[in-house]
Design a protein. Structure first.
Length: 506
């Protein structure tokens, strides 16, 4: 029977039998041809092979070194990740590198490392924007508490009954802010993703596949890459997800170092607050826990400087200065923690100076958020990406990206100041309530807490409405809220000043 065109002939067909016969007839001829090769011809062939091999080796050696170019494109992490996956596949692992590192792919990856690469859809943009906002806000507010309480700690005799409300209780409020700040930093890194699985072209999705497919072992342990993790010490998950996005592990190291440092500070504070702790035990736990916490804060600032190229860049951007401020502030904390064993007054002053530097650095981070540098200082790859005209993944006349105005950034600072001063006033009135046991003092304490509640409601509103609305009556209402915020802040600051000045005079 005749086979269909293009079909592979089977062994029983005439075509297959003829091909087998031809091959059997050609075999003796091929053996005779091989036998006719003289030793001289074989030597010439060997020399030609050696010459071709040398020529190929010389050509390989003459290839340009693209290491510097890859570094300038910001693709060093991607290149090393590709190299590791490729070597792993060559060594027998189930999953290896996808595609080839070609000039075209490198160029396309470099272009994708802009705003659209890190924010491929609205959800990613909103998530990173919201997290960075509250990280900067809680950092600034906590720095205010630490600054005021540290400088007040040397005025025990002058403050009298107000010493604990202005120092110990202020430290507690600052710890709450710092715990929230560093915990959100850990959440941002542990759950980091660029969300390309649901957007972009098919080719981009294949090139920038999520970390679920980067490690066969991880697949069996964590099959769901969309899971949101709350435990901050999931270091394996954080490092794999950062590596899958082409980011190194430094952002997670920075976040977890800060978080652990805050926990060390909190341990010392708990020993000071708990009743019945022997003074010697309390002092040892307080001093050594503060020493560990201060060292970790300085280490966290150092890793931020590494991310922002603070030490190897002549012209630093705002992120570099903020990272340098964090490193100097942490260094002041560490020196103060060492000096406390010899001079407690100088130690408190060093803590106050370090907290003041942290306050300036966190203020710079609020400005960074205004400029859409949502990586702040701990996730520098998200900074300086350019500003899109529209929200990623949207189109239309009303979809332009809302940017933070300078006035809005100013009111964020004012709201944080109001919240801190109102908390101090609440602490003072609450301490009076404990001493007097009067219902009126409890009412005063509640009244002093209301500005703090209002300030944080304004902070929540500002995170959603970054600019004053243009349509009436919302524009007028928003303007009235800002005027009320100024009035409440001035009242809280003056009340705090009255409390402190009268206490010192008395």
């Amino acid at each position: 029977s005749r086979s269909a065109p293009g079909a592979r002939p089977n062994s029983c067909s005439p075509v297959a039998s003829t091909a087998a016969m031809d091959s059997s007839l050609d075999a003796p001829l091929l053996d005779a041809a091989r036998a006719e090769v003289t030793p001289a011809a074989a030597q010439r062939q060997s020399a030609e092979r050696i010459k071709r091999s040398q020529t190929l080796g010389q050509s390989v050696r003459e290839l340009p070194d693209l290491t510097e170019r890859i570094h300038r494109l910001g693709l060093t992490e991607e290149f090393h990740a590709f190299k590791d996956r490729y070597l792993g596949w060559r060594q027998g692992q189930a999953v290896g590198a996808k595609g080839e590192i070609t000039a075209d792919r490198l160029t396309r990856l470099a272009a994708n490392r802009g705003f659209g690469y890190w924010y491929p859809n609205v959800q990613e943009w909103l998530w990173k924007r919201t997290m960075s906002y509250w990280i900067a806000v809680t950092f600034f507010e906590g720095s205010i508490f630490f600054t005021v309480s540290s400088f007040m700690y040397n005025q025990k005799a002058a403050l009298g009954d107000m010493f604990e409300p202005l120092t110990l209780y202020g430290y507690c409020a600052g710890k709450v802010s710092f715990v929230a700040c560093t915990y959100m930093m850990c959440l941002a890194t542990v759950n980091f993703s660029i969300g390309h699985s649901g957007s972009g072209s098919k080719q981009e999705t294949a090139d920038d596949e999520s970390v679920c497919n980067s490690d066969s072992v991880a697949e069996s342990i964590e099959p769901d890459c969309d899971t949101f993790y709350l435990w901050p010490y999931r270091y394996g998950t954080a490092i794999r997800r950062l590596a899958g996005a082409g980011v190194g592990p430094l952002p997670y190291y920075t976040a977890i170092v800060y978080f652990t440092g805050v926990l060390c500070f909190t341990l010392g504070l708990v020993a000071e607050v708990l009743p019945g702790v022997p003074p010697l035990i309390e002092m040892m736990v307080l001093n050594y826990s503060f020493l560990c916490g201060a060292f970790l804060f300085a280490l966290g600032g150092f890793t931020e400087c590494l991310q922002n190229n603070t030490f190897n860049s002549v012209e630093m951007v705002i992120g570099g200065w903020a990272a340098l401020g964090n490193f100097i502030g942490g260094s002041c904390f560490f020196v103060g923690a060492v000096v406390v064993f010899f001079d407690s007054i100088s130690s408190c002053n060093l803590y106050g100076v370090g907290s003041l530097i942290y306050m300036v650095s966190s203020s710079l981070q609020i400005v960074m958020w205004k400029d859409e540098q949502f990586g702040l200082t701990f996730l520098a790859v998200l900074n300086n990406l350019g500003k899109p005209g529209r929200l990623p993944g949207k189109a239309g006349e009303g979809d332009e990206v809302q940017r933070f105005s300078a006035r809005a950034a100013l009111f964020v600072h004012i709201s944080c100041l109001c919240g801190a001063m109102s908390t101090y006033n609440f602490n003072i009135e609450l301490a009076r309530r404990v001493q007097v046991s009067d219902l009126r003092s409890l009412q005063f304490a509640f009244n002093e807490m209301l500005p703090c509640v209002f300030a944080h409601l304004m902070l929540m509103l500002t995170s959603a409405v970054m600019r004053m609305p243009k349509a009436a009556p919302f524009r007028q209402l928003y303007f009235i809220l800002r005027l009320l915020m100024i009035a409440v802040t001035v009242n809280s600051v003056l009340t705090f000043w009255e409390f402190v000045s009268h206490s010192i005079q008395d």
